[in-house]
Design a protein around this ligand. Sequence first.
Ligand code: ADP
Ligand code: MG
Length: 421
Amino acid sequence: MGQNEYDIHASLKKYFGFSQFKGLQEQVINNIVEGNNTFVIMPTGGGKSLCYQLPALMQEGTAIIVSPLIALMKNQVDAIRGISDDYGIAHVLNSSLNKTEVKQVKNDILSGVTKLLYVAPESLTKEEYIDFLRSVKVSFVAVDEAHCISEWGHDFRPEYRNLRTIVSRLGDNIPIIGLTATATPKVQEDIIKNLGINDAKVFKASFNRPNLFYEVRPKTANVDADIIRYVKQNAGKSGIIYCLSRKRVEELAQVLQVNGVSAVPYHAGFDAKTRSKYQDMFLMEDVDVVVATIAFGMGIDKPDVRFVIHHDIPKSIESYYQETGRAGRDGGEGHCLAFYSYKDIEKLEKFMSGKPVAEQEIGNALLQEVVAYSETSMSRRKFMLHYFGEEFDEVNGDGADMDDNARNPKEKQEAKDDVLK
Ligand code: ADP
Ligand code: MG
């Protein structure tokens, strides 16, 4: 039986209980089991994990999964252990393990039980681990959240930049799989270059969210009143309101409460107990609205968020896409409303002024795109998708009429003057 004769449908059912692949999963998995380098770009929730988990479970040897967050790794390891009788089928290798635990992990790998080994990039630089992993069969290395490699990404992690060298030390021709939800061409180039996977087949899913309605309104001194009116008109619906500062979060939450809106604040300044209390209140629908900094949202999966309001414009299109992406997960209505004032852009510029020059340059370039998005009179969906390197037909495309500019076109000439960069 050749290497590419794996029955991936049967395995999907067997391991995950699903009868169908989502989006590009099947093509991706076929490419991986053929032993090729692979690059996967899919929006959050697109089902990237399964793209490496399934081949890892099917193939001989152990797959190494590089992931930036212990919490993410733990979640996945627990989930995989849940589908198997072998506790050792998945392990995390990190600095919190004691000697006995490390020994157990090594034994499970050596005996062929462990199919997935999750590591943080910094653990992978440890000589002891490199030596060990050189001596075992590594099926492939998957680099999850691969945008961490790029300074143009939103979560740059310098340790991610050594991965290529380390993988080369682990053995010859170990396939590398990069995965990310960051769609900008710049970040993609960085990833491919840094992982040394020029030959990788690239699988990119569409980032279009046809059920989201995008709108930008000018931000005036009455922004709070505007928000209150909006929320009252949408009473009973779940929504998130993002603010830049913790102070503003608390103020706005209070203003909403005073005006009879059930709202809670959320930011990283609250202790863990308070945070999870407010988060649960929102998830359980004890309140309609959460007013939050960007600390809120990571891994939050409330399917029926009906609106996402930005009291302050975010620092990049990327962030805006991620944050608004929390609306309408169930495919239903999702209104994305941003209040924009150039003053806020200047504020964000000021925040960056203490940072290294290179970082400032990148930050400013990203901000200019936010300005262009906010001020454009063309289809906002087209703008956003173009930013992600994707063509969009603003007449017939899916969701073409779902933004303020599409519904109320400004002067045609004005639109023409908007030049796509
Ligand atoms: P991503 O990493 O791309 O953000 P995840 O890997 O976390 O996405 O997957 C998102 C959700 O999709 C998970 O709940 C997962 O179980 C589910 N999922 C993945 N593949 C399938 C499939 N083929 N059928 C049904 N659900 C799937
Ligand atoms: Mg993921």
